[in-house]
Design a protein around this ligand. Structure first.
Ligand SMILES: Nc1ncnc2c1ncn2[C@@H]1O[C@H](COP(=O)(O)OP(=O)(O)OP(=O)(O)O)[C@@H](O)[C@H]1O
Length: 315
């Protein structure tokens, strides 16, 4: 397929402050890539460099074969973190207007706008002034405006912020639609659940530097899986001696006389083998539960920073 975006050793400084440092990663054509990182990690700065809205101080960028987004602007769609559309316009006209800036006729833009609004459940609001729409609705309109010209590459800066869970799901569906239609998508977020559900690959940024690049599965595999085990006479030392166990931590007793432990397994250790060894050694186990690591766990391990899980994303 080939790379739609390549960053090589990119750096950005604001005065003496290095906001992005030696950042290299690639996004392949047709993939959905999550650009993850806590607040202040440097995501927006990087996106602005990709688009050509700000200069880079070091390194090189290639987007759709060009040095920055300004040179291929008609093939790009962009949803900025700061939103805002002209409040007196209707969604249909606002979307068509953005289409016209990218070379569509207003008639074609309006036709596409109606289709996009219908898919987002906004048909009834299509001809009301934007000021009558809720924040979530307006955000969907702005996204439609960013993609009305059917761009090859869509860059979305924190597209889920400010949306309630239902609208977040609608937006996830729209992003999947874009990718199914052949577009490459890069979106930034500090909420792991969206990335976990949507992304082929993720790039994780912390303090301006890349902490991880790979598939969601690879990110999860970088965190030890845990096994929770309960039994009346379980003993931490005996559990720690099982093959594949790297750490044992006592949990609060779930009920009087029952001991509970959280057991971290070495990467690649087979849960079934650990359990077989435990039963083989005669351990009395009343309950066990395998917990696969989530992207959120991987994020914390790789950055040392607590991420949002998604529950609190609807603020
Ligand atoms: N124009 C600027 N002048 C000075 N410092 C800046 C400027 N823009 C960003 N920064 C700083 O650079 C760092 C990275 O900011 P950036 O907005 O790129 O991060 P981010 O990952 O997008 O965070 P957020 O999710 O909070 O938007 C932050 O410490 C920020 O304060």
């Amino acid at each position: 397929m080939g790379a739609a975006l390549i960053l090589e050793h990119v750096g950005k400084r604001y005065g003496a402050f290095q906001a992005v440092k030696d950042l290299s990663f690639e996004v392949q054509k047709g993939e959905i890539c999550g650009f993850l990182g806590p607040n202040g990690a440097g995501k927006t700065s990087t996106i602005r460099m990709i688009l050509g809205l700000t200069n880079l101080d070091e390194g090189r960028i290639s987007i759709l074969g060009a040095r920055d987004g300004r040179r291929v602007r008609d093939r790009l769609g962009f949803l900025p973190e700061e939103r805002g559309l002209y409040k007196k316009m209707t969604p249909v006209d606002a979307i068509a207007y953005f289409g016209a800036l990218k070379g569509l006729s207003m008639a074609e833009g309006r036709k596409r706008a109606r289709g996009l609004l219908e898919r987002q459940g906004l048909s009834e609001s299509a001809n009301k002034p934007l000021k009558a729409l809720s924040k979530g609705m307006a955000q969907k309109v702005q996204l439609a405006a960013a993609v009305v010209h059917e761009p090859e590459f869509v860059i979305l800066d924190e597209p889920f912020s400010g949306l309630d869970p239902v609208n977040q799901q609608g937006l996830e569906a729209l992003i999947r639609d874009l990718a199914r239609g052949g577009a490459t998508v890069l979106f930034s977020t500090h909420v792991m659940q969206h990335a976990e559900r949507l992304c082929d690959r993720v790039v994780l940024l912390a303090k301006g530097q890349k902490a991880f690049e790979g598939t969601v599965r690879e990110a999860r595999a970088s965190v030890p899986r845990t096994l929770e085990m309960e039994g009346p006479a379980l003993d931490a030392a005996a559990l720690a001696a099982l093959p594949g166990v790297i750490e044992v931590e006592a949990s609060p007793e779930p009920e009087p006389g029952v001991r509970a432990f959280r057991i971290s397994l070495a990467p690649g250790a087979a849960t079934a083998e650990v359990l077989k060894a435990a039963f083989g050694r005669g351990f009395e186990i009343s309950r066990f539960d395998v917990r696969e690591a989530s992207l959120h766990d991987a994020f914390i391990r790789l950055t040392g920073i607590e991420a949002e899980t998604g529950q609190e994303a609807a603020r």
